[in-house]
Design a protein around this ligand. Sequence first.
Ligand code: FDA
Length: 308
Amino acid sequence: MLAPLLLAAARSARMRDLVTSVPLTRGVVDRFVAGEDLGAAILAIQELTGDGLKVTLDHLGEDTTDRAQADATRDAYLELFRALSAEGLTAGADASLKLSALGQALPGDGERIALDNARAVASAAQGLGMTITLDMEDHTTVDSTLGILRELRADFPATGVAIQAMLHRTEGDLADLTGAGSRVRLVKGAYAEPESVAFQSKKDVDRAYVRALRMLMEGEGHPMVGSHDPRIIEIALDLANRNGRKPGSYEFQMLYGIRSGEQRRLAESGEDMRVYVPYGSDWYGYFMRRLAERPANLAFFLRSFVSR
Ligand code: FDA
C-alpha cells in the first residue's frame, strides 16, 4: 500500500519541497547517496574501488524541463570524467545516464537533444576506456530509450541499457538485446506502473526476472544482474555455471549503501561486482524510490525525526 504512495510522492513538486527542506533528511539520504558534490563522490569511488568493487556513476537528476539544465547535466558528466581521469579512476568505470535528465522530455526535439547530450558523454567515456549505461525510466520512455540506445550503439557499441523485468514487453525487447557485445542490466523495475503494462505482484515480477535472466545468460552478450535479492543472485550464479560463463562474462550490480557486505562478499569470491554510485544535490526522486522499495526504510526515515 505504501509503495504506490511513495512513488507518487517521488514525482510531486510539493512533496519534494517539503522533504528537501527538512535538514534532518540529510542523514538518511547519506545512506543511499554518496554526497552532494563531486569531491564526496570521488572519495566514495576511491573507497569502493580500493575494496575491489567496480562502479557506475550517476549524476543525480531526472525529468528535466529546461534545455540549459539538460546541457548542464551533460557537462556534469564531462567534469566527472575529468576528475576520474586526474585521480586514475577511469579503468573499468561506467557512467549511468537518465535520458530524462539529458532532455528527453523537452517539448519538440527533446529526443534529439537527449541523444546529442548522451553522444557527447559516450564519446568522452569511450576516449577514457569507460562505458555508459542508459537507466530505464517509466514505461512511457522505453521506446524512445531503446531507439536512442540503437543510435548510440552504432558509434559506441559498448553502450548498455537497464531493462525492467516487471514490464510485460521485456521478453520481446530482450530478443534484440542478447547478441554479442550487448550489455543489459536487468532490474526488477522501480516505477509505479499500471497493470496493463506491468506485473504487479512480487512473485510475478520475480518469475519474469528469472525468465529474462535465462535469456541473457543463454545469449552472447554481457548480462548485468542488477538486484540485491539473495534468491536472484543464487539463480544467476547457477545460470552462469550452466551456460559455461566465467566471472567477467557477466557481472552483478547493486546500489550504493544497499547490502554493502554482500557486495564485498561477492567481489571477494571472484565475481565482478559493480556498485551504482549516485551523487549530486538532486537526490529527491532517487531517494523516494529507495524508500518505496523497502517499508523499513521509511520507518528508519521517520524514526530519525522522532528520536530528535
Ligand atoms: P527486492 O526489492 O525484492 O529486494 C531484495 C532485497 O534487497 C530486500 O529484501 C532487501 O534486503 C534489499 N533491498 C532492496 N531494495 C532495498 C532498499 N531500497 N533499501 C534497503 N534494502 C533493499 N530500476 C529502474 O526502474 N530503472 C533503472 O534504471 C534501475 N537501475 C538500477 C541499477 C542497479 C545497479 C540496481 C541494483 C537497481 C536499479 N533499479 C532500477 C532498481 C530496481 O528496479 C529495483 O527497484 C531495486 O533493485 C530493488 O529490487 P531488488 O532486485 O533488489 O529486489
